[in-house]
Design a protein around this ligand. Structure first.
Ligand SMILES: [Zn+2]
Length: 378
């Protein structure tokens, strides 16, 4: 019997959104809530593909403290640009493309809003595309596994538009040779960042996705006798309730960036490195006096399965409470309506798995998705 495992990945389709709007209930009636990994998509996506936690596959935050290996050394001269030009999104977008091209990077690469003068202290994690097999991560991905087992598959090209991705998956399915396809649909994430997770725009996007996935599934049923459909996600999306301008508070302390400490301001957390113990003490005191987030120490990181044998991702972390955004941050200076990257136990962090198959009760984390893939392809 000709079988196809169709895994449809929808970025940020979380449990709470599913509860509110429902999704694919007719074709994928079984559902399970999945716990996400701590961090951003740069940690969660590899966790799905490897079935491992970040402390095993080694990918966590995109920017890490490593001045020696920083690909941004020359960018400090751009600090001389007038800030009206340097902060323009388009300028930064083209610069990102230029650096990517100059270094031959194939991964998702963006310099976001990181100040030019600080970039030379940081290395960038996602230099290479881990969706193609070849052992970029410390543990193998499902695609490495397929290559090893000689299982023919099709993985979407994340650089393409959703329309094109759907077309290319359809083309691969039409040939009837693959046993597994990974349909990568990233756009819902952007819609919810902009309009908020509970919005008319989200509902409309879900309707559109439902129609497209149903069409692709029904098409696959004409070629394959058995299509095992799984809809999966990396994390949820929380409505943003408030923002907090953290950077000036830290800057007001009598310590100098790079001499006494270094900080990286992600949108939902701040990460610190210290050269001066007094700076560490005072920054901890300051953060502890705020009621907008919690300090995350190295022991907590270990429990969250993001403990690493080095401090490149940070020595100390300050994680914002769900729904509060650090704004402006090194990631941007627009107040978004939705955000993810909060604590994995926060209500809106949870991801989902939907299927037309029964989902075993031991599938509870995004790191368990891989097990279901292997089972389908046995
Ligand atoms: Zn996102």
């Amino acid at each position: 019997m000709k079988k196809l495992a169709m895994y449809v990945f929808i970025d940020a389709l979380g449990w709470e959104i599913y509860q509110k709007y429902g999704f694919m209930k007719e074709l994928a009636p079984t559902c399970q809530r999945l716990k996400t990994t701590f961090g951003f998509s740069s940690a969660a996506d590899p966790s799905i593909l490897t079935g491992r936690y970040p402390d095993e596959h080694t990918h966590w935050s995109s920017f890490m403290y490593d001045p020696e290996h920083s690909p941004f050394k020359l960018l400090k001269y751009l600090e001389l640009l007038p800030s009206s030009l340097a902060d323009r999104g388009r300028v930064r977008h083209y610069l990102s493309r230029l650096i990517k091209w100059a270094h031959g990077y194939t991964g998702y690469f963006q310099i976001y809003n990181v100040p030019f003068k600080y970039l030379p202290y940081f290395d960038y994690l996602e230099k290479y595309d881990y969706f193609v097999p070849g052992g970029i991560l410390a543990t193998d991905t499902i695609f490495d596994w397929c290559v090893e087992k000689g299982i023919p598959y099709y993985c979407s090209n994340w650089r393409q538009s959703e329309t094109r991705i759907l077309q290319e998956n359809k083309r691969a399915i039409s040939e009837g040779k693959i046993r597994f396809c990974y349909v990568y649909l990233p756009h819902l994430d952007a819609v919810m960042h902009q309009h908020g997770p509970f919005s008319n725009a989200t509902e409309a996007k879900l309707k559109e996705l439902e129609a497209e996935i149903s069409k692709l599934y029904r098409f696959a049923q004409r070629i394959y006798q058995d299509v095992q459909l799984y809809i999966i996600s990396d994390h949820g999306m929380a409505p943003v309730k408030d923002s907090f301008d953290l950077m000036p508070l830290i800057q007001k302390l009598p310590y100098a960036y790079t001499r006494d400490y270094l900080a990286f301001y992600d949108s939902t957390m701040a990460r610190f490195w210290f050269m001066n113990p007094a700076a560490k003490r005072d920054i901890i005191d300051l953060l502890q006096s705020l009621d907008i987030g919690t300090l995350v120490f190295k022991e907590d990181m270990k429990d969250l399965r993001v403990g690493f044998p080095h401090d490149k991702f940070g020595e100390l972390y300050y994680l914002m409470n769900e729904g509060i955004l650090i704004n402006p941050s090194f990631m941007g200076n627009t107040l978004l309506a939705g955000m993810h990257g909060y604590h994995p136990d926060a209500p809106h962090s949870y991801s989902i798995m939907l299927s037309n198959q029964s989902i075993p009760s031991n599938i509870v984390s995004i790191t368990d998705i891989r097990k279901t893939m292997e089972k389908c392809l046995e």
